[in-house]
Design a protein around this ligand. Structure first.
Ligand code: SIN
Length: 357
């Protein structure tokens, strides 16, 4: 008998983290109405057992249940927990890659958060963190979760020479950078990445790979993961009939930042003008994005930005909100360390990238 047997956690493996979502959901009447279900019902071990036979024999897996929620209830404490776990696991030499099963409703927030806080580390170590999920519950006749999970495991285990390390997402046979995720449909199976530059999992498209490398080069260093209370940031949408009160009401709160989802190229209603000026004077951080759901928001377009207000580039409102929270937290940490860096410096590092086609 060998006395040299390593404990499973010390031998090379892929770590699979369960967060819940529809991939772990169950419908009460799946054949008739698969869309009526409860998310976060099955554990990660059960999800893996379902695909056991299809998992390549050389892949060693260890799993951990981090949460089992409907991701619309995702909270910042849980992001901190997930981020810390991903970071320490990446640093563990036995962990070759990480797969995270997550609800699709807020997977863009989790994906952006992990990209901005652990992306450079994953890249440096040549390891992949791969988010996946499903649009149909686990017991639906056409459930998409098993194949998504299998594809994510394969992508996490792809040889480094075929793809750099980093934070990715896999849905409906395609892979994209997790920072590009944006759920753009209520029910389509490719909803989380339907408008994101992506490539088939099994046959990597060279122009996508070029874009991955260029985007990774343009991103700055990882930002710190907030360990306590995250800075409070809200998303406000401009619309016909907008009222100044929408901004004024927040000025009496502890809010630290506002993401303004403007119309068209990100312009906001004139009714907000004076109250936004007051917000700037009060030190509330402003980021401008578009409510259209696609395209970039550029600085000083359609008109000159208010002093200090940044445009979100290609980030949607939910991702711009996470970026602003991380930037405000990084500013606070920098100031405590005696450095005079502002939230704008940090926001630009992770969010305002040159347009890469
Ligand atoms: C969720 O986000 O947890 C529910 C929806 C989904 O996973 O598709």
């Amino acid at each position: 008998m060998s006395t040299n047997q390593a404990k499973p956690e010390n031998s090379p493996h892929i770590l699979v983290l369960g967060m819940g979502g529809t991939i772990a959901g169950l419908a009460s009447n799946p054949a008739i109405n698969p869309s009526s279900y409860k998310a976060g019902e099955l554990g990660i071990k059960t999800l893996l057992a379902t695909i056991q036979e299809a998992i390549p024999g050389n892949l060693k897996l260890l799993s951990q249940q981090v949460a089992n929620i409907n991701s619309r209830d995702l909270c910042e404490d849980l992001l901190t927990l997930l981020g810390n776990l991903v970071k320490t696991s990446l640093e563990n030499p036995a962990v070759q890659g990480i797969v995270i099963t997550h609800g699709t409703d807020t997977v863009e927030e989790a994906g952006f958060f992990l990209s901005a806080t652990c992306g450079k580390l994953a890249e440096k170590l040549g390891k992949r963190v791969v988010l996946t999920g499903a649009m149909l519950p686990a017991n639906a006749p056409q459930a998409d979760g098993p194949l998504n999970l299998l594809d994510a495991l394969k992508w996490a285990a792809t040889a480094p020479e075929n793809c750099p390390g980093g934070v990715f997402a896999v849905f409906a046979g395609k892979v994209c950078l997790a920072r590009d995720l944006a759920k753009r449909h209520t029910s389509a199976l490719n909803a989380p990445l339907m408008d994101s530059p992506s490539s088939p999992v099994g046959l990597v498209n060279p122009s996508w790979m070029y874009r991955v490398r260029a985007t990774q080069e343009a991103c700055g260093d990882d930002l710190p993961i907030p360990q306590g209370l995250w800075p409070w940031v809200e998303i406000l949408t401009s619309h016909a009939g907008a009222r100044s009160e929408t901004i004024v009401l927040w000025l009496n709160s502890q809010v630290k930042g506002l993401v303004l989802a403007g119309s068209g190229m990100g312009g906001t209603h004139d009714a907000w003008k004076d109250s936004l000026l007051s917000a700037v004077k009060q030190g509330v951080a402003l980021v401008r994005t578009t409510r259209t759901g696609a395209g970039a928001t550029m600085s000083d377009i359609p008109e000159k930005d208010l002093e200090g207000c940044l445009a979100s580039g290609t980030l949607s409102a939910p991702r711009a909100r996470i970026a602003l929270q991380l930037a405000l937290n990084a500013e606070k940490e920098a100031q405590l360390a005696g450095k005079s860096l502002t939230w704008q410096d940090f926001f630009a590092r992770i969010a305002v990238l040159p347009e890469i086609r």
